[in-house]
Design a protein around this ligand. Structure first.
Ligand code: OAD
Length: 250
């Protein structure tokens, strides 16, 4: 069982992670909604999480899209509007800096917010899609965010079927993104998993694919069977900021 570093001894844990990173040749990162909460985007399963207030299958599923399109559209329109002024936090910028310096190779993310790219990361695998991109569900014609928010029909086929490019309950993950993420994680000798409950398949299987070390950075312990080598419990943004300082001092 990995030792948990938190509170007063978090610095010791951060130092261990920085050492792992110095030794590693291929470090990858997997993020979830906890990566974005410090940018004021609620996660899904914490106390204030989105799915604590509503059942995802009633609003975010392909069945809802087909059977109750206006409810579906209202739910996603609200989520999109709330993203308007959202910006990456320092933790996102640390990860972007790490990628530019070759310290991490890629980020596989469950987040649809686009904040990793906004912070400057280039190799981002969006395993659950991107809420800022809009397309027609039937003819795949691309549309603008404003078209969706303005309740417009698809300009190509005329159907009431615009939707964000997110993975809905009942849908498969985007195959390319999944295969690229899988390939990179298989190559990795260190995976840093940040801000996810690891409750959702198949993404929660990805940490098992590394041939190297597994590290968790999360507010709470979520390990049931992952066999992490190291766990840092705390806020992702704060831990990442400190991690860069320690890394650069070695
Ligand atoms: P969850 O809400 O399930 O888990 C987020 C985790 O992040 C929790 O364990 C929190 O304790 C932790 N957390 C919150 N704030 C944090 C912070 N500042 N620093 C560190 N940790 C923090 O979110 P995901 O695991 O990402 O899918 O959920 C996976 C998928 O479930 C989502 O992509 C979404 C949802 O249904 C789809 O919509 C397809």
């Amino acid at each position: 069982m990995a030792k948990i570093y938190t509170g007063e001894n978090i610095k010791e844990g951060i130092r261990i992670l920085a050492d792992f990173m110095k030794e590693a040749k291929y470090t990858v990162v997997l993020t979830g909604a906890g990566m974005d909460t410090e940018s004021n985007i609620p996660d899904f399963r914490s106390q204030d999480g989105l799915w604590r207030k509503m059942d995802p299958r009633l609003v975010a599923s392909i069945d809802t899209f087909e059977e109750n399109y206006s409810l579906f559209r209202d739910f996603y329109s609200e989520r999109i509007k709330r993203l308007k002024d959202v910006k990456p936090h320092e933790g996102h910028y640390v990860l972007a800096d790490f990628e530019k310096r070759g310290i991490i190779k890629c980020i596989a993310t469950q987040n649809v917010s686009d904040l990793h790219r906004m912070a400057g990361n280039d190799k981002v695998y969006e395993l659950h899609g991107n809420i800022r991109k809009i397309r027609c569900n039937y003819c795949n014609h691309k549309a603008e965010l404003e078209d969706f928010l303005n309740r417009e029909k698809c300009a190509n086929c005329g159907r009431d079927a615009l939707r964000p490019e997110v993975v809905l309950f009942g849908e498969a993950l985007p195959m390319d993104e999944w295969l690229w993420a899988e390939e990179d994680i298989r190559k990795s000798d260190l995976i840093i998993v940040i801000g996810t409950s690891l409750e959702v398949a198949p993404v929660n299987q990805l940490p098992m694919l590394t041939r190297g070390k597994r590290v968790l950075i999360n507010m709470e312990d979520v390990d049931i069977y992952y066999d992490f080598d190291l766990k840092l419990m705390g806020k992702a943004g704060e831990i990442l900021r400190e991690l860069r300082e320690v890394y650069d001092s070695l």
